[in-house]
Structure formats: C-alpha cells, structure tokens
Design a protein. Structure first.
Lengths: 272, 380
C-alpha cells in the first residue's frame, strides 16, 4: 500500500492541483488567442505579445515596478538583517518582547491599514507621492519578512564560529563581515528575493503610496482590467508567470545541485 | 636527544616556591542569573605546563576556560596572564587561542584560509602568512587537503585543521575545549600523544578541558578536579590517583573502595580504623586523622589481593567473605567480594598466568588482604 496512490488520493490530487492551476492555465492559453474577445477562442496567435511591446504605458509601468522592487528589496534586506541580528543576539535588553512583536506585526497587518497609515504619514510630512514614497512603503512592509527569514537562520547559527573568529584576533565588525555574513548569506539572498517578489506584486499599498508619474505594473494592469480584460493583459501576466517560474526553477536547481555535490564530498571525506 | 620522559620528570615548577605562576585565577566567581558556575576559585598554572581541568558536565570547567579566552567576564575576582590583569581585554586582543569542541571551522573557507585567518587579522605580510600556513599544514599532515573545505574532511582531519588554526598564531597559551571529544576511541588515543608532542615541540602552555579522566591522566602534567564551580584538588595524575584529597576525588577518578570507620588509635603516623562491624584496619600515612574522627579508608581494587586461602601470618589487614560477583576482562579479573559484615569490596587481579592455580568462582569463600600503605585515610 505504501507509496501507491489509491483512487481517493488521485481524485484529491487532481482536484487540488486544478484548483490551484486551472485559472493560470486558462490565462496562459487565452494569451495566445487570436480573437480580441477574451472568452472566445479564435485560433492561435502571438499578436498580443507583439502589441504588448509597443504599449508604452505597460512598459513604463514595468520599468517602474522593477526599479521599485530592486531598491526596496535591497534596503529592506539590509534593515531586516540588522533587525534579525539585534533580536537574536541581544536577548536580554528591556522591551525586547515588545520590539520583536512590533517588527513582526506588519506580517499580519491588513494591507489596507498599512497603506492608509503610510498615506496619512506622507501627507502629514508633506512628502510628494511618487517613486520615493512607493519605495519607502515597500521597505516598510517587506523588511519584516526579511527579518523573519534571516532570524530563522541566525537561531541555528553556531555562535562558536564567531567566537573562533574573535579568538583569532578579528574585531566584532570584521567577524561579521568575514564570518557571520558569508555563513548566513543564503538566508539573506532568499530574504531579498522574497522582498523583491512582494514588492513586484503589491497592488494595495502601492495604490495608496503612489502619485502621478509613478504607476507600477500591478496598478496599470488593474486599471486596464477595469476597462475590460484585453488579451494584452493575459500576455503580460503570462510573461510575469514565466519570469517567476524561471527564477524559482533556477534557484531550486542550483540548490539541488549544491546538495548533491555536498553529499558526494562528504562521502569522499568519510572514505579518505 | 632527550626523551620526553626525562624532560617531564624534571618539570615541576609548582613545587618551586620561586616560580611565578603564568596564569592565575584569583578568587574568581561567575554567576549566570541564578546559577553559580564558578565559585570563588583560585588556581595557578605555570608556563609550559600541560594543565587539565577535569570534571563532570556543569562543574564550571568550560566557563573557566571561556573566561580565560574572554568570552565570559568574571562576576568578581581577577585573572592574570603573565602578571597582566585580563579584565576588560576583549577576546581579540588576548594572547591566547582556543580550540573549540565543535572545531568551529569556517565552513565557507578552505583549510588554508581557515589556518591563515588569524594571521591575516594581525596584518602579517602575505609571504609570511603563506610560509606559516605551509608550515602548519605540514605539522598537521594536511598538505594534500589545503584546498578542501571543512565539509570535505573526515572528523580526524577537521580536528587537525582546528588545532593547526589555533596554534598558527603562536599563542602564549592554547586552550582546548574537549579537544578529542568528537573522535572515536582509536583515533583519540593516537591523538593524545600527538598533542603531547606538539606541546613539547612548540613549548606552549596548554589548558585542556575534559570530562574523560583517562585523557587527562595521559596528557596532563597536573590535573584540577572540579565540582560545583570549585577546585577539589590540583595535583599530578599519580598524586590524584594514589593520594586523593577527599572522598569525592577518590571516587571520581578511577575505581575505589571507600571503607567508612572511626579512628580507634593513632601511634606516630599509623592509625587503626575500626569499621561499623568491629573489623580493624591498620594504615600507615594517616595524614591528619585524629583519634575519634570519622574517616574513610580509600583503597584501589588492584591494591587488594584475593585468595581462597588465608594469607600468611603477619598480615595486618585480612578479611573474609564470599565471591559475590566476578567479571573476567581478559587482562584482569574483577571480583566483588561480599565481606562477612555485609560490605561489598571491589578487587581486581591481573591475569599474569594463563591458567590460575587458585581459581575462584561465584559463592566461593575468599580472603582479601592488603598492605598498610596500600590506601589512604580521607577525612573529607
């Protein structure tokens, strides 16, 4: 029985996966639709992809999104890593519990509230809404995700590595740069990727924080959809899915290869 | 060339009142929240000594080592190194290096880079670093592994990298936290002697923390037995074994029989101890035991003779009992003799003949006997 799929399991599997992927598959198929009508199949065509690349609005929005995501992910990674360090290392300072709660609260905070409060803040301090405010807003909500990812790595971090570095004469700063950071690097990188993706697909907070001249891709798509779904939108979404899929697959393959290499090395070491 | 033994035999700075201690713990106490790890401890360690801190886990030995390295600060008291007070000096400025129990090799660096790490921190010129690293690789027999990462090494190789890295800077003192704990038995025995040779060759002071008494006995010039944050006894391995200072030390190191009793009489340096059931034991080297004192007579199993016949006339200490249990271990046999007063005494006999002409087996009547100087009287 073990390892064999019963009929019930197969049904559950099919249902589960179709629930997850049917909408996406439909979207991808209809992006190759010749017809202008989204729900009517008019034959295979790639015309929406070529028309996409002459749509300045969409391209501009994509460019804004990429820049926002890059800058905000980078800053959020630095801040989130520092927060994670402080929370795991200085376990005995006053108000630590409150502080750690406050860092992680945005994880569960409804986006509408985060967006609205940021909007109020920007208005109150008289900051012109645009590229900068979107970046700031994205840093705010994505740094706590980075902090969570990095913190989970730091908890299992062998502190004696840092002690060894200091014992060998490295100052705390050099210890961090040459020992701690390289060891936690994979977690920092995945924190960055998480922050990047979050920023990429955020609609709600960006709508609150943005102003004229700074429209992100999700905002552009959403506003176009309100005027009616065009196959062009399907094409954009398909491209987005492709980019994300390639990224995830690449990361998975690299990881898998490293694991295999590592196992092989260890076996060799044990024999020799 | 002088043998190791002859150097060792003449090395005893702790008996020289002129000698200045190299490392000195002075009334050191370390408290963690509500736990006292080290309790008002004073201890002197001399230059070029191979010193072992021996104790069960939680006795404070590792905390002591970590305070010397600078990872913990004493709650009170002082630690001196070569006359200099170490308080307030961060770990990266102390002339001591430590070999960690987990080895703490930097996983993202090659063997070479691991060994060079400490030298780089000192701003040593590149050529000098390369030379020293090559020397260390040779010393640790790691030349062919220079470009490997730690996860590509076996346990024994990792241990040697950790050791090479910790001596690369030529520290004044090398601290070793359970240096052989992660190795299997065979490798551990071979490495013990390597460590001793290394210590002699480099002329360093070694302070090693261990819970393995055999390891401490093999390697150390002197051993400090620790319990509950205090030093119970500091002495050479032979002294610890043959003349333990207290019941705790006698019981902690090796196997021992502790026969409780009262001092019945004392003449000069000899005493007669009477046990609970009236059995009398005559002992020389009574130490400070005064008549009437509650004492324990500590005697090692191998110092007790077991025979099926009563010992020859004139034997002061002889008792009768029956063989309660016995274990044949090949090189020797361990007997548990239940004396007529109910006490069980452990005795071991070397099997020097292949077939004994006086075989004893379960439930046989047996005599035990021992010389008056075979054990020690313990008042504590």
């Amino acid at each position: 029985m073990q390892g064999q799929l019963s009929r019930f399991n197969i049904v559950a599997l099919v249902l589960g996966f179709s629930f997850l992927y049917l909408p996406i598959v439909l979207l991808v198929i209809y992006s190759f639709n010749e017809s202008r009508l989204v729900t009517v199949w008019g034959g295979f065509s790639t015309r929406w992809y070529s028309s996409l690349f002459s749509n300045r609005l969409l391209l501009d929005a994509a460019w804004v999104t990429a820049r926002v995501a890059f800058v905000s992910a980078t800053v959020a990674t630095v801040l989130g890593t520092l927060a994670a360090l402080a929370l795991t290392r200085y376990t005995r300072f006053r108000g630590r519990f409150l502080f750690s709660g406050m860092v992680f609260a945005p994880l569960v905070m409804p986006e509408v509230i985060t967006g609205l409060s940021l909007l109020l803040l920007f208005v109150a301090i008289g900051l012109d809404r645009g590229f900068l405010t979107i970046v700031l807003a994205h840093i705010t909500f994505s740094m706590c995700f980075v902090a969570v990812v990095v913190q989970s790595r730091l908890i299992s971090f062998d502190r004696s590595l840092e002690e060894a570095a200091m014992d060998l004469g490295a100052t705390p700063f050099r210890t961090f740069i040459h020992v701690t950071l390289p060891v936690i690097m994979p977690a920092v990188v995945s924190g960055w990727m998480l922050a990047f993706t979050l920023s990429l697909d955020d609609l709600v907070i960006a709508s609150f924080a943005s102003g004229p001249g700074a429209t992100t891709l999700p905002m552009r798509i959403y506003s176009q959809v309100r005027l009616g779904v065009t196959p062009e939108i399907n094409a954009v979404c398909t491209l987005l899915i492709a980019v994300v899929t390639v990224g995830v697959l690449a990361a998975a393959i690299v990881n898998k290869r490293r694991d295999i290499q590592r196992q092989r090395d260890e076996q060799v070491a044990q024999r020799g | 060339m002088k043998s190791l033994g002859s150097i060792r035999r003449s090395f005893a700075p702790w008996n020289d009142p002129q000698a200045r201690p190299y490392i000195s713990f002075q009334n050191v106490t370390k408290r963690f929240a509500d736990f006292t790890a080290v309790n008002n401890l004073s201890l002197d360690i001399y230059e070029r000594e191979f010193f072992a801190l021996l104790g069960a886990s939680g006795c404070g030995k590792s905390t002591l080592l970590r305070m010397l390295a600078g990872f913990e600060t004493p709650t009170s008291g002082r630690i001196l190194l070569d006359g200099q007070d170490l308080s307030g000096i961060p770990p990266y400025k102390r002339p001591v290096n430590m070999m960690f129990q987990s080895y703490a090799l930097f996983p993202h660096m090659t063997v070479e880079a691991n060994i060079a790490f400490g030298l780089k921190q000192d701003g040593m010129p590149k050529a000098a670093i390369a030379e020293r690293v090559a020397e260390m690789l040779k010393l640790a027999r790691l030349e062919q592994f220079a470009k490997r990462k730690p996860h590509q090494l076996s346990g024994g190789q990792r241990q040697r990298v950790a050791l090479a890295r910790s001596v690369a800077k030529r520290p004044k003192v090398l601290l070793l936290d359970e240096p052989l704990g992660a190795l299997d038995k065979k490798l551990r025995e071979a490495t013990q002697f390597e460590l001793m040779d290394l210590q002699q060759d480099l002329g360093l002071t070694f302070v090693v923390v261990t819970h393995d008494q055999e390891e401490a006995m093999t390697m150390a010039d002197r051993i400090a037995i620790m319990d509950k944050g205090q030093v119970m006894q500091v002495a050479t391995p032979a002294e610890i074994y043959e003349a333990p200072a207290s019941r705790f030390v006698a019981d902690f190191v090796g196997s021992v029989n502790l026969l409780e009793g009262k001092v019945a009489s004392r003449t000069g340096n000899s005493v007669v101890i009477s046990g609970g059931s009236g059995a009398q034991i005559s002992v020389e080297n009574a130490g400070e035991a005064a008549p009437g004192a509650e004492v324990a007579f500590a005697i090692r199993p191998e110092k007790i003779r077991v025979s099926s016949k009563p010992p020859a006339e004139g034997h002061l200490n002889a008792m009768q009992g029956e063989v309660w249990d016995l274990a044949y271990l090949g090189d020797m046999t361990v007997y548990h003799i239940k004396l007529d007063d109910g006490q069980v005494v452990k005795a071991s006999a070397l099997n020097s003949a292949r077939i004994s002409d006086d075989p004893l087996t379960w439930s046989d009547r047996a005599w035990i006997s021992f010389a008056p100087d075979a054990g020690v009287v313990l008042t504590r």
